[in-house]
Design a protein around this ligand. Structure first.
Ligand code: SAH
Ligand code: SF4
Length: 388
């Protein structure tokens, strides 16, 4: 499905003179209140109103004095990106199409499972890394999302579920940074947004339940370990550099050995010795799904505390890759398990609303002209984007 955002009349660009409080971490919100001559506890009060109560109107913040509310209205705002549509699948999956600016749209997906509800959040409009099996890469790149646009995806979902009441049993308990984009290439905004996810006065999610997925921007991963200890997922997809160079081009800059060493360093900084890294491995028919790949992967990961998540490839129009067969998938899983690895297989959810893993569609005004190039290569066929 290709979604085009056509209504330009309501678009508000990311830059405006009022400070948008939605994306400010508690530290930045405290600084903001200091800059307008207010005490630090105002930051906690406002944080709760915005993120726990879903309030975007200062007049509703009844524990703030009226003159402070009036002052805030002049200098600040709480502006979430605009919801274009919400689709609910028969299996409980929900998908929001969210307009971020200039006709660009992203998608956010909620996946309910037994005992938890996971929100898949985007970090960029498109992606500058051109992984060969990923439609986000084919869409090209427009810009980083702001911290407000990243946390805004959770704000929108939480607000929608709060309005249903507790009986609906719709709660975001987990967040995965696995939507469009490479989160480590939008470091500051992603870190600010994740700090709000974890903050007890905002969403209060456990660090085990917030996962950042990266294709392997090694220096930024090392930097992340200095400021955050969220769960980590590494998009590996190949057991050796030769194959990974073809699938994940950033591997040429940061090869597997460097990436896994960085992942180990990340774990070493965590106080909890039981924590594991998730290794994501998208399986494509006769590309990376052979027995020898499984044996090589088992050996490669033999010393890293990890669990391996096998993801059957979701095909899309611009790609020649095919989904792994069930026989190859089961063989691959068995080889890894026999070697002592913990293996999970990602199941497809929300098929009827095109919200399955790797089926998020958005609209990217590509600034890299990469999408144009791919469309030319595909003789201008209608494009069905399937992405991370
Ligand atoms: N840029 C980050 C996060 C977004 S991609 C990263 O690469 O990790 C999140 C996941 O989506 C990746 O692990 C990738 O395996 C998966 N993905 C991308 N395209 C896919 C496709 N066509 N089918 C199945 N999974 C896909
Ligand atoms: Fe970007 Fe991740 Fe897709 Fe690679 S898999 S192009 S890093 S979104």
């Amino acid at each position: 499905m290709t979604v085009i955002c056509t209504d330009m009349s309501t678009i508000v660009g990311p830059q405006q003179s009022k400070t948008n409080l939605l994306g400010l971490s508690v530290e930045k919100l405290t600084d903001f209140f200091a800059s307008i001559g207010e005490k630090p506890f105002r930051a906690t009060q406002v944080l709760k109103w915005i993120h726990q109560m879903g309030v975007d109107d200062f007049d509703q913040m009844t524990n703030l004095a009226k003159n402070l509310r009036e002052k805030l209205k002049v200098v600040a705002e709480i502006r979430a990106p605009e919801v274009v549509s919400q689709h609910d699948s028969i299996d409980g999956t929900s998908k929001w199409l969210i307009r971020v600016s200039d006709g660009n749209c992203i998608e956010t997906v909620f996946i309910p499972e037994k005992g938890r509800g996971t929100l898949c959040v985007s970090s960029q409009i498109g992606c500058s890394l051109d992984c060969s099996f990923c439609a986000t890469g084919k869409q090209g790149f427009n810009r980083d999302l702001t911290a407000a646009e990243i946390i805004g995806q959770l704000w929108i979902a939480a607000k929608a579920f709060n309005s249903l009441g507790p009986k609906a049993n719709r709660v975001v308990s987990n967040v995965v940074m696995m939507g469009m984009g490479e989160p480590l290439l939008n470091f500051d905004n992603v870190v600010d947004a994740m700090s709000l996810m974890l903050n007890d006065n905002a969403y209060g999610l456990s660090k085990r339940r917030v996962t950042l997925s990266t294709s392997g921007v090694v220096p930024m991963l090392d930097k992340l370990s200095e400021v955050s200890d969220v769960s980590l997922a590494i998009s590996l997809h190949a057991p050796n550099d030769e194959l990974r160079n073809q699938l994940v081009p950033i591997n040429k800059k940061y090869p597997i050995a460097e990436l896994l060493a960085s992942a180990q360093r990340y774990l070493d900084k965590m106080p909890d010795v039981r924590r594991k890294i998730t290794i994501e491995y998208t399986l494509m028919d006769r590309v990376n799904d052979r027995d020898e790949h499984a044996h090589e992967l088992a050996k490669l990961l033999s010393t890293l505390p990890c669990k391996i998540n096998l993801i059957p490839f979701n095909p899309f129009a611009q790609s020649d890759y095919k989904r792994v067969t069930n026989t190859a998938l089961n063989r691959f899983r068995d080889i890894l398990q026999k070697a002592g690895h913990i293996v999970t297989v990602r199941t497809t959810r929300g098929d009827d609303i095109a919200a399955a893993c790797g089926q998020l569609a958005g609209t990217v005004n590509d600034r890299t002209r990469r999408s144009e190039r791919y469309q030319r290569q595909n003789q201008e066929q209608p494009v069905r984007f399937v992405n991370g």
